[in-house]
Design a binder for this molecule. Structure first.
Ligand SMILES: [Zn+2]
Length: 73
């Protein structure tokens, strides 16, 4: 069930390339996500439930950052 030392910190945001727990502002779905980099070197995040996608330049606007996952495997 649990994976080693992985834990979620709710008090920091970390860097965008780290996996985070995000909350979708459209459908309220919380999910574990990593911002992917497209071939155009754009950072993108999308909700697995309602398929909302956002191009991230700095901080996501359609998604709320719930916490950062440390020691993710
Ligand atoms: Zn959604």
């Amino acid at each position: 069930m649990t994976k080693g030392k992985e834990r979620i910190r709710f008090d920091c945001v970390g860097t965008l390339s780290e996996p985070h727990i995000y909350k979708c502002s459209v459908c309220d779905h919380e999910f574990r996500g990593e911002i992917g980099v497209t071939e155009e070197r754009e950072h993108q995040l999308h909700c697995p439930q309602c398929e909302v996608a956002e191009r991230i330049t700095n901080h996501p606007k359609k998604f709320e950052v719930v916490g950062v996952i440390e020691n993710a495997s």
